[in-house]
Design a protein around this ligand. Structure first.
Ligand SMILES: [Zn+2]
Length: 166
């Protein structure tokens, strides 16, 4: 997914090379589409040695497993986004969140760039109430995580590394 028209004047964009990157520039006014990553925040949620994964109800990668979280709103910091998304998506309340690291990916095979902040989350106890962008939420034992069925390659790598203690 990429911009086809200029957001400033509606003109056609043309592919140009700049500083070793491929950009799209407006032929009419010179506006450039940089394709900067969209920030997201997700949680590795562990309880009694099990990790919580959610099954994606919508594209991209509908039907695959994912770490719960979502995209930042304008003006929002990553941790606030994480807390909000986990409440909206799962009815889960965050007790403690610790930064694990960052991951870069695309939102689907031809999707826009995403920069994800990943947290280790300790939740408050309580039942989960999955929202409609999640078709299922399930606790997996560390050795039973379906890595091959996890939506985003960067999440697969990060989770595999984290759960094996590397
Ligand atoms: Zn333009």
């Amino acid at each position: 997914m990429t911009a086809r028209c200029c957001l400033a004047c509606g003109g056609r964009l043309t592919v140009v090379r700049e500083d070793g990157h491929t950009r799209r520039r407006c032929r009419r006014c010179g506006w450039i589409f940089y394709g900067n990553p969209v920030p997201a925040a997700v949680g590795v949620i562990l309880r009694r040695g099990r990790v919580l994964l959610t099954r994606r109800a919508r594209p991209p990668y509908a039907g695959t497993w994912d770490l719960p979280g979502g995209f930042l709103e304008a003006g929002e910091l990553p941790e606030a986004c994480l807390v909000r998304e986990l409440r909206e998506e799962l009815g889960l309340r965050v007790r403690r969140a610790r930064l694990l690291g960052f991951a870069t990916d695309r939102y689907g095979p031809r999707g826009f760039a995403v920069l994800t902040t990943v947290y280790r989350v300790e939740p408050h106890p309580g039942p989960l109430r999955p929202a409609d962008d999640v078709s299922e939420a399930r606790w997996f034992p560390r050795r039973g995580v379906p890595f091959g069925a996890i939506a985003f390659p960067s999440m697969r790598t990060l989770l595999r590394r984290y759960l094996s203690g590397r």
